[in-house]
Every structure is written in structure tokens, then in C-alpha cells.
Design a protein around this ligand. Structure first.
Ligand code: CTP
Length: 398
């Protein structure tokens, strides 16, 4: 079931590195391609020769080989991977990952990787309990990395406690589950719109909004991780979509987003409109740049089409339609009105009253309201965590 999956294993300096050749053999037997990237410190615990033999590929540990003159591209390695497993992950390398430090080949590869990251910490009891380690683990989890928790037992130091890296067979099972687990979202077709739309005034100016697209992209990735086929229709944003997203259509205006969504909506099982679509666009777009004359120009606006409303009118049986509502006052009442008017199954409410919620932030605070109209409020969380809450709720609606 792991046939032809590309698995990159990053090894850092820990005694548990001796378990990795066994893991590599299990993965290769299951049909996966395995590439090892290791730090210099890791070579004290397991030899590159052993690893290149079991993986059947040369081990990568330096960006540039002075002897052969060959360049080993961390960017290509990062993109090759379907999964990047950091195991064993030492306290030192974990801290550098959390801080964005890139002072070796393993770390530059990590920073370039677009695939999902799993990590298996391995260290001594007290290092594991240190607050800095807990903080770094939290940081990696917040970025959506999957932890393979260490177990309790006898450690190389002679101490007994938490910090032992999981056994290779258990890590193998977790990788297998990651690729093969069936979830209610597996094989579902999901359309997600994200980001703002820009409505041109003249060739250089537009009407836009502060949406960063972070929430929509986080939901798209979380849903793709559940095995769904994700179609993302995105306004202008500064985010690289995860490789797991099946198709990305980039648009600029509300009209283009309307067309892109409507082209494929009939085939979709679930549609999630997170986009901050402009409600108004200039009635006419000036062909030339509007000059500063004596008078101040008056820009006449026309309404754009409400995409969600049109999707709600044409909703098929069994199709799940989800909208967002950004409100400043009477939040719950207004969100329920939108839920009903647009024929939605779920609405995700953001209140501009909540600090750290809404546009631009990396955090968000949401209230979910489904057809039962019982608001379910969540605390302030990162957008990656909020995406997980929304995806869990969607799974209950399927
Ligand atoms: N939406 C849409 N097309 C539009 C405007 C909004 O599909 N032209 C969608 C948004 O993606 C969101 C939902 O409708 O999922 C609600 O958007 P919001 O701006 O909060 O509400 P509006 O319906 O535009 O109403 P108002 O601005 O009056 O609050």
C-alpha cells in the first residue's frame, strides 16, 4: 500500500538512529522509495554505508561534494518527498526547525519541503521534559507536523523515563496509516475558495480587501490530508499551495471566481466558500489611468454576483455547502440569516470584535452554526488548528 510513495527520512544525532535501517527495510519491502538525509552528528550513530545499502540510494548529507563537484539540491529533495519523516529528531535539530535555522543540509531540506512532516523525538528524559523542548514540540504541532510520541523506558544514559523513540514497526504502521487511512472525507471532491478578489478601477488601481487567504489554504490542506480531492479557487495571495491539493485555479475578480466555482460545482460533494469576495465592483473600468485633474473622480459601483447564494440555489441532494460570515455586530443573528438565505449546511462565523480573529492574523476565533442553529464557539487558535476543528465538524455532516 506504500507502493511508489517517496519517503524522505531526516536523521539527526541520537542513539535511536540505529533503528532507522530496520524502518527503511520495512518501507522498501512495502514498495516505498526511501531517501536518507542525515546530519554529521547522526553519522556517529549509524553509518551512511548501512543506510545507502538498505535504501538503495546514496545518502544525502552535504549540499556540495568537494570531491565530485556535485551539487545535491535540498529544494529538489524537499519537493520529491510525499512525506518527510524526521527520525530520530534530536533536541538540537528540533530547536533549529522551530526557529527556522538552516545551518546544515538536513535543515535546508526541511525548510524547502512542501510535503507533510512527521517527527519522532528521541532524547534523554530531562532534555525531553525541559520547557524549551515542550515549546518546540508545540510549535511543530501548530504548523501541522505530526508527532510520533516517544515512549517510556530505559534510555541510553541509564536513566528510565520518557524519551525513547518509537520502535521501527510502530513508526512504519503510522506511516502506513497516514497514506491509507480511510476517513469520511477520503475520495470526496471538495471545492474551496480562498483569498480576496480585486476589482479594477483603472489599469493600476483596484478595490480589494485585507484577506490573506491563510484560513482557506489551511482548510484546503487539512481536507487534502484526509484523502479528499481538493480544488482550490484562489484570489491573489502570497501562499504556495501544498502539493496535496489536486488543482489550483488562480483568479483575480469576483466574476472570475463565480465562473471558476460554477464550472465545477455540480461535480463537488462539498463546497466551502472562505473567500472574501468583493460585494461591489466599479461599474466601468477606465481604460487609461485616471489622472489627478481638478475634480475628484466619482466611482460608480455595481453589485457583484453572490457566488454562495447561487451555489445554494443549485445545491444538489447530498451536497454540503459551507459559508463564512464576517460580522461586526449581532453576529449570531446575522450568521443564522446568512445560513438560511444561502441554503447552507454550516456557517463559520468570525467576529471582528474578537482580538486576533479575522483578516491577516495567523490566529482565528470561530463559532460554528449548523442547521440546528446551536452555536458552537471555539477559543482563539492558530488557523491550522482552526482548520482541523472545521474539518472535524464537516466529517460529522457527511
Ligand atoms: N460570498 C460570495 N459571493 C459574494 C460575497 C460573499 O460567495 N459576492 C460568500 C463568502 O465567501 C462567504 C459568505 O458569502 O462565505 C458570506 O460573506 P460575507 O461578506 O460575510 O457576507 P455577505 O453575504 O457579502 O453579506 P454582508 O457583506 O452584507 O454581510
Amino acid at each position: 500500500m506504500l507502493k511508489a510513495k517517496n519517503i524522505l527520512i531526516g536523521i539527526s544525532g541520537s542513539i535511536a538512529a540505529y533503528k532507522i535501517p530496520i524502518l527503511v527495510r520495512l518501507l522498501r519491502k512495502a514498495g516505498a522509495n526511501v531517501q536518507i538525509v542525515m546530519t554529521e552528528a547522526a553519522k556517529d550513530f549509524v553509518t551512511p554505508l548501512t543506510l545507502s545499502t538498505v535504501s538503495n540510494r546514496p545518502v544525502s548529507s552535504i549540499a556540495f561534494d568537494k570531491n565530485t563537484g556535485e551539487w545535491d539540491s535540498h529544494v529538489e529533495l524537499g519537493r520529491w518527498a510525499d512525506l518527510f519523516l524526521m527520525a530520530p529528531l534530536s533536541a538540537n535539530t528540533m530547536a533549529k526547525m522551530a526557529a527556522g535555522i538552516a545551518d546544515n543540509h538536513l535543515l535546508t531540506t526541511y525548510l524547502s519541503a512542501r510535503s507533510k512532516v512527521m517527527f519522532a523525538p528521541a532524547m534523554d528524559l530531562d532534555m525531553y521534559k525541559h520547557p524549551s523542548t515542550s515549546r518546540n514540540i508545540e510549535q511543530l504541532k501548530q504548523w501541522g507536523h505530526i508527532i510520533i510520541e516517544p515512549t517510556e523506558g530505559e534510555l541510553a544514559s541509564g536513566l528510565c523515563g520518557m524519551g525513547r523513540m518509537e520502535e521501527p514497526e510502530v513508526i512504519f504502521d503510522k506511516i502506513n496509516d497516514f497514506f491509507n487511512k480511510k476517513t469520511p472525507l477520503t475520495d470526496k471532491k471538495v471545492l474551496i475558495s480562498a483569498g480576496p478578489t480585486y476589482e479594477s478601477i483603472d489599469p493600476v488601481r483596484f478595490i480589494g480587501n485585507h484577506s490573506s487567504g491563510k484560513m482557506g489554504y489551511a482548510i484546503a490542506e487539512a481536507i487534502a490530508d484526509k484523502g479528499a480531492e481538493v480544488f482550490l479557487v484562489s484570489g491573489p495571495v502570497n501562499i504556495t499551495p501544498a502539493d496535496s491539493i489536486s488543482k489550483v485555479v488562480n483568479i483575480t475578480t469576483a466574476e472570475q471566481m463565480y465562473d471558476a466555482c460554477n464550472d465545477i460545482s455540480a461535480e463537488m460533494d462539498i463546497i466551502i466558500m472562505t473567500a472574501a469576495v468583493a460585494d461591489f465592483a466599479p461599474a466601468d473600468i477606465a481604460e487609461q489611468k485616471i489622472k489627478k485633474g481638478n475634480s475628484i473622480p466619482k466611482i460608480e459601483l455595481k453589485p457583484t454576483k453572490d457566488i454562495l447564494l447561487s451555489l445554494g440555489k443549485r445545491k444538489k441532494d447530498n451536497q454540503i455547502l459551507i459559508g463564512f460570515a464576517l460580522e461586526t455586530n449581532n453576529e449570531i443573528e446575522n450568521a443564522i440569516i446568512k445560513l438560511e438565505n444561502k441554503n447552507l449546511d454550516l456557517i463559520v462565523l468570525n467576529s471582528m470584535q474578537d482580538k486576533g480573529a479575522g483578516f491577516g492574523h495567523s490566529t482565528n476565533q470561530i463559532t460554528l452554526i449548523d442547521k440546528d442553529k446551536h452555536p458552537q464557539s471555539f477559543p482563539l487558535k492558530t488557523k491550522v488548528e482552526v482548520a482541523k476543528d472545521i474539518v472535524e465538524k464537516i466529517e460529522t455532516l457527511i
